[in-house]
Design a protein around this ligand. Structure first.
Ligand code: SF4
Length: 363
């Protein structure tokens, strides 16, 4: 795309939609993989404006949605301790644990604070030397550099009272996991521009090769997404399975080398559980031995039980792209953003919440 102001232009969007109509000859299932993509698609009703043969599947790209239940329960246990100030991004406060959420614990008087950045939490630790300050380090590759930096900053300031409860997830192993499922109907993938701006798109090349699926890195504006879908369908129609980069204004093949160096210093790759999906090998970060003094799991040694989701919630199936939110029997009935039964109904970037807010239906 030549000009940045084209990314929201309705005429450019119509052009992409017309070009898609011209080239689409058969049904294709394309998975988006990021909460911001979900939001743009639902906000602009893209899934219903595409040619009928193209179906958009929503993947596990919302951090609030895939942080495991047990980790929410651990956060609640730590936040309940008298000498703790627990800090987190605001949307994590309403994510249901097995019995309650962080917000309900806060309402009982526990010191739980919503912050914009882990560096805010480091500042709180500096200002409160008599308290142990914990930041809930969730999210994907996009959030990991800042969380790693906060640990390095705390080390530099010699803060003995700053900790991260680390629950970082890495998307490419989850994409491989979903593509390996014999029931997978994913034929093309829109890879997330924000995560790729950190890690680079090179990590997707072996996935495209191994599973013979086209993968297109996209941005998050209306025409970024439509352009990405067009590039994906064009490859599918031509029988190609390459990695292409629609989001050239922010993403290159290698990513942000400085950020990657900081992450490699602070984190090790580990197996991680994904809410509703299960354990995926090598799909997350843990704090490395060198920085274990900042690891909340080492400091607090809290254990949470393996718990079941609400019987009504089928978020795991939704996040694997097997059905869409309106197909959940509890959608907009027992489960709403005011009374979420599952994590994807909490954050505005969760697929269930996005369908609810924009009153979208499937075709
Ligand atoms: S609509 Fe609610 S109950 Fe259904 S899958 Fe989504 S979060 Fe779970």
């Amino acid at each position: 795309m030549e000009y940045v102001n084209e990314i929201r232009d309705p005429k450019t969007a119509e052009r992409f939609l017309n070009k898609l109509k011209e080239i689409t000859t058969r049904p294709w299932n394309i998975m988006e993989t990021c909460g911001d993509q979900t939001l743009t698609i639902l906000k602009n009703n893209i899934q219903n404006r595409l040619p009928e043969k193209i179906r958009i599947i929503h993947g596990p790209g919302c951090p609030a949605g895939v942080t495991p239940l047990e980790m929410i329960d651990k956060a609640i246990l730590i936040a309940g301790l008298n000498d703790v100030i627990f800090t987190s991004f605001g949307d994590m406060l309403r994510v249901p644990g097995s019995k309650k959420d962080l917000l309900s614990v806060k309402s009982k008087g526990c010191d739980i604070r919503a912050v914009q950045s882990p560096l805010d939490a480091v500042k709180i630790a500096e200002e409160n030397p008599g308290k142990r300050v914990v930041f809930f380090g969730v999210g994907f590759e996009t959030n990991a550099p800042e969380n790693a930096m906060s640990i390095k900053a705390a080390k530099l300031k010699k803060l003995p009272n700053y900790f991260i409860l680390c629950s970082h997830l890495l998307l490419p192993p989850a994409i491989k996991f979903l593509l390996s499922d014999k029931e997978s109907r994913i034929e093309g993938i829109l890879a997330p521009g924000d995560m790729c701006s950190v890690m680079g798109y090179g990590q997707y090349i072996p996935i495209a090769d191994d599973f013979r699926v086209p993968i297109v890195v996209t941005g998050f504006e209306l025409n970024d997404i439509l352009h990405g879908i067009y590039m994906t369908v064009k490859q599918l129609e031509e029988g190609k399975y390459e990695v292409e980069n629609q989001y050239t204004r922010a993403v290159n093949c290698l990513g942000n080398l400085g950020a990657k160096e900081v992450m490699e210093d602070v984190f090790d790759v580990t197996d991680r559980k994904w809410r509703g999906i299960g354990v995926i090998p090598d799909s997350g970060y843990k704090i490395t031995e060198r920085y274990k003094a900042f690891d909340a799991e080492q400091e607090f040694k809290v254990e949470s039980q393996e718990e079941e989701e609400s019987d009504l919630c089928i978020a795991g199936i939704i996040m694997q792209g097997k059905i869409t939110p309106p197909e959940c029997p509890a959608f907009a009935k027992q489960c709403t953003p005011e009374h979420p039964l599952g994590a994807p109904m909490v954050s505005s970037k969760g697929a269930c919440a996005a369908y609810f807010h924009y009153k979208r239906k499937d075709r």
